[in-house]
Design a protein. Sequence first.
Length: 476
Amino acid sequence: MNEMSKPLTAVSPQTLQRLIAVVGEKNAITDKEKQVPYLVEFRALWTGHTPVVLRPGSTQEVSEIMKIANETSTAIIPQGGNTGLVGGQIPHNGEVVLSLNRMDKIREIDPVSNTITCEAGVTLQRAREAAASVDRLYPQLLPSEGSCTIGGNLSTNAGGTAALAHGIARSHALGLEVVLADGRIMNNLNKLKKDNTGYDLRDLFIGAEGTLGVITAAVLRLVPRPRSVETAWASIPNVQASVDLLGLASELTAGGVTSFEIMSREGIDIVLRHSQGTRDPLQTKSPYSVLIELSSQRAEGLRESMEEILAAGLEKGLVLDATICESMEQAKAFWRIRELFGEMQGREGGSIKHDVSVPVAKIPAFIEEANAAAIKLIPGCRPMPFGHVGDGNIHYNITQPVGADKAEYLKRWDDMNDVVYKIVLKHGGSVSAEHGVGIVKRDYLPKIKDPVAYDLMKTLKRTLDPKGILNPGKVL
């Protein structure tokens, strides 16, 4: 049992009936087969169990559920689209699942204030489509946009491929509605960019992974839709070239770089090998490639900017070959390779994954040192780093050696973590960049977090959730 865990009361038949009565029989799932989508992590790394999946349709119902849970010391696992990657949304110990996916109303779109107010169960895709309907952009972009939810994105402080230009989930939230562990509702759904009335309580719940409260709605910031977008794929000689090329692109566009993604050659080959319909954007093979996206409010001139960046990169030896997309369909094909990068590695056997960040200037040194250390630990393993150069977030995945036993390889996960995290911390980085802590990185926190900061986290947990009923055993 970890330090913050407390023995919790098993759900009695009487409590179960009280909880079910709040949402109604049709919105309470007790059938084990029907529960499966809520219990199995999509990579099948974890499978949980629960007496019931509750699907409330309103904030008031969430409040009533939490009042009963607080009274009876019933553990609750808040869940969005079940797309999390660190096990935080899974009921590992028979807790009650509180699914927010029925709370899917878009309460308001205000294009003048540049805001959209969404309930927690609204998918990212729907939020983006609603923003587009009033000629605005909700600037978070994730491959799982069709299933991940606004509440889940905020609870994990999700990142994505547009974080370079627009920031991560925390950057988009202006106000929140949150149900606390005792059932009280904190209504802070304001649209204000300036509100200096005391502590900014909103940020307590963003990134807390449902351990401090249940986010039920949010006011999100919108931005003007770009009038032009250009996408290019470039082969580069090494990781340092990606950092230098990013700097060059940022200077030449005055901040117009929306996304800047790096991919290793071996990882690209795996995507091409296992994903039907994908094709290599370039004939030139190189150790790494980058996917660059520029956007602008101006309708013209952006292509010339991309051409200038690539020409300068060629002249400086940062670019070996490049192509600029001629259509939206071609851009989608390029992005599909990037979006499949992590998923397709599983087709090659076991993949030990890391979601880390280091200062941008340290990316080349981190990847070089981590590659050497990983191969030393497990000879023949295949490091396949990829991710967001612009914000220093590297998904450092390591695929098993060819022909190795998958189960035996995955038993070395903790050993590999120790090796990789040591190098991350050496370079002033973080072991969790955008996926959160969950259970995967929980036990690392006391080892790597500033002791005072870690103690404050525990104090906040005890204050806001004294009975430890909200997502117990996660994060802390």
